[in-house]
Design a protein around this ligand. Structure first.
Ligand code: SF4
Length: 365
């Protein structure tokens, strides 16, 4: 049985992860630009979902959907796909493919169908059980899950149960052949910890073990951003000693403490400013995420975020600004972004022209 993976925007790392997981079970995953026999797997996110759902509905093969959008909207997606993998895919997809090949109609845990509904999953993936990639290289996923529950974020909903980690030995083994070692994690400085209290000794052991003369390590920058309260002198000294990045990327999200509290961010604006000071003190460029247009934000609170963006840009930070987007499966899923204040687009556009702001500025107006 030939199993294909439909390439689409934002799915390269998922494809590499699933290819490695299926390889372990003796299967190959073939990359394809459209649906193809016998089975085509799709990873749906908010950007690619409309087009891929339409494609699945007309596909002439067995279709399997997974990813954050499919997991959150499995009822809708199951109307177009033959099967939906809800949650983590590594083990569930292998089980599902075995059942399809065997012609079995027995329900597979962690999957949903239009006729049978959802059969809840019975496991959480242990990262060491699956390599992050094989011949198709991606980022090393050193940690998965997050104990925080920011109201706009899909991560804690897709990977419930807190934070788990790939072992140092497994990270080193994966990194062995890579000249450029890059990680994906919700919070790089939380490696080895519960995601709330740092264990920098563990981060140090990871980076020490990875160090090789012919390798460049990137940590604490996209796609392994950090949280502001984890930005300490010790963490930054580790980056200086072992890593190549000149930037440290973290989310501050709003210039209003009331908005941060309502989102459940677990830090204040001042916590973010302390992180900015530390990053600058250590000679790195802070890259700071901000989001405008939260549904419950007032004009004054949005103005505070704009002022913060201008302040950060004036201090030599790179601002990464986005308009709020309601993501399925999150507490804010049903709330559209509120309008932006009249000056927002012009002010952010000016920062972008000066090279101090990136992000979806074109979507902000
Ligand atoms: S800390 Fe980051 S990964 Fe965790 S819930 Fe908040 S935004 Fe999501």
């Amino acid at each position: 049985m030939r199993v294909n993976f439909r390439r689409a925007r934002g799915t390269a790392n998922t494809e590499a992860t699933l290819a490695a997981a299926l390889e372990r079970d003796g299967r190959s995953l073939h990359s394809t630009a459209r649906s193809a026999a016998d089975v085509t797997c799709y990873s749906l996110n908010v950007a690619n979902a409309p087009a891929l759902i339409a494609e699945m509905a007309g596909a002439g093969c067995v279709t399997i959907a997974g990813g954050p959008h499919a997991s959150a909207c499995w009822v809708e997606v199951a109307r177009a796909a033959d099967y939906v993998v809800v949650g983590e895919g590594e083990r569930t997809l292998a089980r599902l493919l075995d059942a399809i090949e065997a012609g079995s109609a027995a329900p597979i845990t962690g999957t949903a169908t239009a006729a049978g509904g959802l059969v809840p999953t019975d496991h959480a993936v242990r990262l060491d059980a699956y390599p992050p990639f094989s011949h198709r290289k991606g980022f090393i996923e050193c940690s998965r899950g997050c104990p925080h529950a920011c109201a706009y974020c899909q991560t804690p909903r897709l990977f419930p149960g807190g934070m788990r980690h790939r072992s140092i030995e497994a990270c080193v083994e994966t990194a062995r052949a890579l000249p450029d070692v890059r990680f994906v994690t919700p919070n790089a400085f939380a490696y080895g910890s519960d995601g709330r209290t740092p264990r920098f000794g563990k981060v140090r052991r990871l980076l020490t073990s990875l160090a090789r003369e012919d390798a460049t390590i990137w940590f604490g920058t996209f796609p392994s951003e950090v949280r502001p309260e984890f930005v300490t002198d010790e963490a930054l000294e580790l980056l200086r000693s072992f890593c190549a990045n000149t930037r440290v990327h973290f989310g501050l999200q709003s210039g209003s403490d009331r908005v941060l509290a309502a989102l459940g961010r677990g830090h204040t604006v001042v916590d973010g400013m302390i992180a900015v000071d530390r990053v600058l003190d250590h000679g790195f460029v802070p890259v700071v995420d901000l989001i405008l247009g939260f549904p419950f934000e007032t004009d004054a609170e949005q103005e505070a975020t704009l002022v913060l963006a201008e302040h950060l840009a004036g201090r030599g930070c790179r601002v990464h600004a986005h308009r709020f987007m309601p993501l399925p499966g999150t507490p804010l899923a049903k709330y559209p972004a509120r309008a932006l204040v009249p000056t927002a687009r012009r002010r952010l556009g000016r920062l972008a022209l000066d090279g101090k702001l990136t992000g979806s500025v074109s979507d902000l107006g």
